[in-house]
Ligand binder design. Sequence first.
Ligand SMILES: Nc1ncnc2c1ncn2[C@@H]1O[C@H](COP(=O)(O)OP(=O)(O)OP(=O)(O)O)[C@@H](O)[C@H]1O
Length: 285
Amino acid sequence: MTGFNTDALVHQISHTQNQKPKGDPLLVIEDVAKVYPTPEGNHTVLSGVNLTVHEGEFICLIGHSGCGKSTLLNMVAGFSRPTYGNVLLKGQRITEPGPDRMMVFQNYALLPWLSAFENIYLAVDAVYTDRPHSKKKEMVSELLEMVGLTESADKKPSQLSGGMKQRVAIARALAIRPEILILDEPFGALDAITKEELQEELLKIWTEYRVTVLMITHDIDEALFLADRVVMMTNGPAAHIGEVLDIPFQRPRNRARLIENPQYYELRNYALDFLYRRFAHTEVD
Ligand SMILES: Nc1ncnc2c1ncn2[C@@H]1O[C@H](COP(=O)(O)OP(=O)(O)OP(=O)(O)O)[C@@H](O)[C@H]1O
């Protein structure tokens, strides 16, 4: 993008960064680097990544394909460990996956031979081992209702649309009552209308559950609609956090009102400028 004047917005961003954070620090990513050994030598994907996430925050992570967004969130999930630095949850180093962090992927990852109800029941059953069967069934029914799938409880994933499958995946992740919900481009495969519906439902769920959300997206409008802060990553190799945008819009957010707000376009242009001019992707994928 050319000719975009960022001065006014930079002032506004530094101003909004002075706003008080929402809750206590929950997750601290401290000078993290991730290096993969490859046949050609060491490949440094991430280097010097620092971020503190507060309880109840909604964080969206954007950056070009291959910069290391999933690598970073996989370390928060505990699927892999940093080569250098620390990822701390309430001051404790994350070394493995745990029920306090649940991940939802773009491709749903549901068990195809189980119904929507059974997919969620499996998660509830694994965590609430001491609860009676009737109580666990009640919990599953409540989750299905929360994601608007009561009528489809007995359907198998093959009988569900993409949006419905993602609703089941989100309900299953929340069944475990995680402190952090990690979403890796959850709506990337959905059509625009379904995507907007699910974004709104996700915000309702986030408000109701007060769960902390870390979400990867390639969609700047999605990030601006959902997030408290948008974390923008530089390109790899050795990618790091380039800038963090504080999103000042009041909640509950109304999409129609948001897009009438000139500040929305300032932030949108700022993020586009970051991605497509300052950190334009030059690699051919
Ligand atoms: N196990 C691994 N061994 C070697 N390199 C890896 C491994 N896993 C990921 N990478 C490399 O790390 C880099 C970052 O990958 P990652 O999937 O984290 O990026 P991303 O930003 O999430 O991309 P996308 O938006 O396309 O999902 C890529 O160059 C990828 O090839």
